[in-house]
Design a protein. Structure first.
Length: 508
């Protein structure tokens, strides 16, 4: 079987991405020619292929015969001349424009004139790569995600130089391989990285400005944002050098402050702390790694000895509803405001100042805003059905009060994190600018809602796409978080967000 108009495909560079791409192509029944720079690198590439397909056999997803067939379809060589019979070549060498130019110059010489040349670059300009070849009309971007055999998204990039049909042929191939192609133009970061990295960089700034700790930000985004991993865990996995590279490329194009790499990121890269691959990034890894210490750990240990706190819930705000449900689920005793260990007050008629006056000494009082500077702490629950509670601190919040709040919230089975009591706390402060970016991308005509949502779910592991998220969370809430003022110009707020709001429309 071959995929559409291609039957023999070359892959240059069999590292992390190239080996995965070669496997995907061979699994799809295509004849593959894998090229490496020397024998040692070729053997490493062979190792990647054997290990990855071997893992699939162990997991029962592939038979041994199936594995042999896949590996037999991949011819391994160090001779670029062996690519002469290919009708498509995918380049996956390290991310340096000079190196890409060198490889494409070589491909230009040896590969048939009618063949398509594709680059897997994440952050370089596909146009700059194409323009330096003798066949710019036949150069496209084909951006696979790591690990290529698993991730369903492939961004297919056409430039202003690409001929009609080339992008469609490659997109059809991608589809035939069981992946989802998203066809777009050549903008730094394409869709997925452009949206993802603004958010990751915001998280790094949040850490740098001590808005919250690394662990609390990661916990907030998994427990409250429903992401598979927090931003610091993800950046460490991607590699901080790659993160810096991608952000620099996006910043060079947008000049948007949100893409200017956070100094902490540059500092870690300069220090050689690149994440998992070097044993340390935002987190330490390997033998030297201390046991993870989230702020919820200590209270969890205490839970075995102390009785559950007594809880008074006042008002009908989301915070109150969530605590009423959690207290009942945990079997915590209820009490009057005067006797409770924990008082939660939210909603229209929650009179925080009055509650403070009535509560007993040492009680923790949580309210959804209305900070008094006294005993009450601001708390925020990004979504009622998630366990996260963000506890906001002001410069005058006593640290013992914050510690006690964290402890009691954890005792009720909820997940506490602490941060500055500023608009959006952690989750909303990180997600609404990201959602706004997605709407701005829609507005710019770069990608449609389906492409944007597919990019973030299939390429970055988000449970739902940003356009669907905006509809779910509400445009009003987004505008509020973005501090939209109908009487002002609001340059930072996507126009389309306001238009949809004015018309009372959702995006889908
Ligand atoms: N790693 C990721 O998560 C990821 C994701 C998407 C895209 N990308 C992009 O994919 C490309 C490759 O990244 P990677 O992470 O696989 O890199 P890598 O370092 O793991 O692999 C690159 C391979 O290219 C080989 N190579 C170097 N020069 C060569 C030459 N002249 N001819 C043939 N082979 C040569 C190297 O020996 C190495 O095996 C980059 O453009 C990167 O931006 C990476």
């Amino acid at each position: 079987m071959s995929e559409g108009s291609f039957s023999r495909v070359g892959v240059v560079g069999l590292g992390t991405m190239g080996a995965g791409i070669a496997e995907v192509l061979a699994r799809g029944g295509l004849a593959v020619v894998g090229v490496e720079i020397n024998r040692d690198a070729l053997e490493r590439g062979r190792g990647h292929l054997e290990k990855s397909t071997g893992r699939a056999v162990k997991r029962g997803r592939l038979t041994e015969d199936g594995q042999r067939e896949i590996l037999d379809r991949i011819e391994l060589t160090t001779d670029f001349g062996d690519l002469s019979g290919c009708d498509l070549v995918v380049e996956a060498v390290p991310e340096r424009l000079d190196l890409k130019h060198k490889v494409f110059a070589e491909l230009d010489k040896v590969v048939r004139d009618d063949a398509i040349l594709a680059t897997n670059t994440s952050s370089l300009s596909v146009t700059a790569i194409a323009a330096a070849t003798g066949r710019p009309a036949k150069v496209v971007g084909v951006h696979f995600f790591n690990p290529a055999p698993v991730m369903k998204l492939v961004e297919v990039i056409g430039t202003v130089l690409t001929e009609d049909g080339a992008v469609d042929r490659v997109a059809a191939l991608v589809k035939g391989l069981g992946k989802t192609p998203v066809v777009i133009g050549d903008r730094a970061g394409f869709v997925a990285n452009r949206l993802l990295f603004g958010y990751l960089n915001d998280a790094a700034y949040m850490l740098e400005t001590k808005h919250a700790t690394r662990d609390d930000i990661d916990t907030a985004m998994t427990a409250g944002g429903a992401l598979p991993m927090g931003p610091f865990t993800l950046m460490d996995l991607i590699g901080l050098d790659t993160c810096l590279e991608v952000l620099e490329a996006i910043y060079a194009e947008t000049r948007d402050r949100r893409h200017a790499p956070a100094p902490v990121l540059r500092e870690l890269v300069t220090a050689g702390l690149l994440g998992r691959k070097t044993g340390r990034g935002f987190y330490p890894y390997g033998d030297g790694a201390p046991a993870a210490s989230g702020s919820a750990d200590a209270p969890a240990a205490a839970a075995e000895v102390d009785p559950l706190p007594s809880v008074a819930v006042v008002g009908d705000g989301d915070l109150s509803k969530a605590f009423a449900a959690a207290a009942s689920e945990a079997g915590a005793p209820t009490a009057e405001v005067e006797d409770a260990d924990l008082v939660v007050a939210s909603g229209e008629d929650a009179d925080l100042a009055g509650i403070e006056a009535r509560a007993k000494d040492g009680a923790v009082i949580l309210g959804d805003g209305g900070l008094t500077g006294g005993g009450a702490l601001a708390a925020h629950k990004p979504e009622a059905d998630r366990p996260l509670v963000e506890i906001g601190l002001t410069p005058v919040t006593p640290s013992e009060a914050a510690d006690r709040a964290v402890e009691l919230v954890a005792r009720l089975g909820l997940t506490p994190v602490r941060c500055r009591a500023r608009r959006g706390f952690i989750v909303d402060a990180l997600r609404f600018p990201y959602l706004n970016d997605a709407v701005a991308m829609l507005d710019a005509g770069y990608a449609d809602a389906d492409a944007i949502d597919a990019a973030m779910t299939l390429g970055c592991g988000y449970p739902t796409g940003p356009i669907a998220d905006i509809d779910r969370l509400g445009i009003g809430r987004a505008l509020d978080q973005l501090e939209y003022d109908p009487d002002e110009a609001n340059p930072g707020v996507a126009d389309r967000l306001r238009e949809q709001w004015d018309l009372g429309l959702t995006f889908r």
